[in-house]
Design a binder for this molecule. Sequence first.
Ligand SMILES: *Cc1c(COP(=O)(O)O)cnc(C)c1O
Length: 387
Amino acid sequence: MSYQAGRHFLQIPGPTNVPDRVLRAIDNPTIDHRGADFPPLAFACFEGLKKVFATKSEVFIYAASGSGAWEAALVNTLSPGDRVVVFDSGHFAALWTKMAGHLGLTVDSIACDWRQGPDATALAAKLAADPGHEIKAVLAIHNETATGITCNMASIRKTLDDARHPALLLVDSISGLGSMDYRHDEWGIDVTISGSQKGLMLPPGLGFHAVSAKALEAGKTSKMPKAYWRWDDMLAQNRTGFFPTTPATNLLYGMKEALAMLEEEGLENVFARHKRHAEATRRAVRAWGLEVYAQNEAAYSSALTSVLMPEGFDEAALRRVIFQKFNMSLGAGLSRLAGKVFRIGHLGYFNDLMLAGTLSGVEMGLKLAGVPHKRGGVDAALEYLSA
Ligand SMILES: *Cc1c(COP(=O)(O)O)cnc(C)c1O
């Protein structure tokens, strides 16, 4: 591609735009991870992350992508052959399911309408049919990044409680944490998995999770083979502010800064900002005469919006035009949504004018790519943002 002046618009739903403050923090000399300067950095990250997860329990940070923290959650809590129930609610749910299968778990999938998201009543039926408690864990995605649909975790918790079922509740909030209200302790989640490159505004490279006392206890009898991911080794070192292996020191500098930024803005304000940008985006989509992929209003994601293309028009062609003409990246349609859906990421380090620019790029792209639409999407969003 030829020279492009100005900033690239990275409006995929992760990795997200990294704030200059975070980049400057990462741009510091690497220190000795066994030296006296290291523990204050580690403790700042642990304490800050606990606030974002809303937990008083343990958090673990790995040099890994989010998928590493997925694996760590499974291998630390379960044993080979254990039955796990998972909602087939989108591309990322399918990937986690595949991983569970590779690890030798017995996966029991609950079919979902991808435009509606997980259905707690289907889980209730599964649990009721399991009086012997063969199901060891329920796996759910808090914010399905392929569809732009959230899952009400409090209702999943209630379903388990109502059934008096002891299965662990393992939740992926890789693209929800730091953008949407999340309450690890209050919702009784056993492991909440997340990653650095979405709401946490960091480059890719860190996977982390919050772990309940019940999950730590399950970890003591788990027989899944594990080495790098072991909680016991990690915890023993973390208590003194160190790690068993070399941590991603410079990403931890960035994490400390990003957590400070979330705290300065205030998590409530962060969540409200994301909600508002999501609403403005949906107004633009509707004004264009296009459809928001998510059909259940109560489950709209604040982090991204998946937009259905008109029949016969390919999202990849639209994204290509927008990338070439306006230097903006939008999210692709994933697995069964390839070609059919494009995704607008509006999470992380983002403000009204960045959203206005993003939506302008989409509107101009629709025109240039010859996608049938009405004008006025940007106007509708601006009207809402300035009301
Ligand atoms: C991005 C994402 C993942 C994958 O994380 P990686 O960092 O690519 O391993 C998993 N689940 C969800 C919901 C995601 O958004």
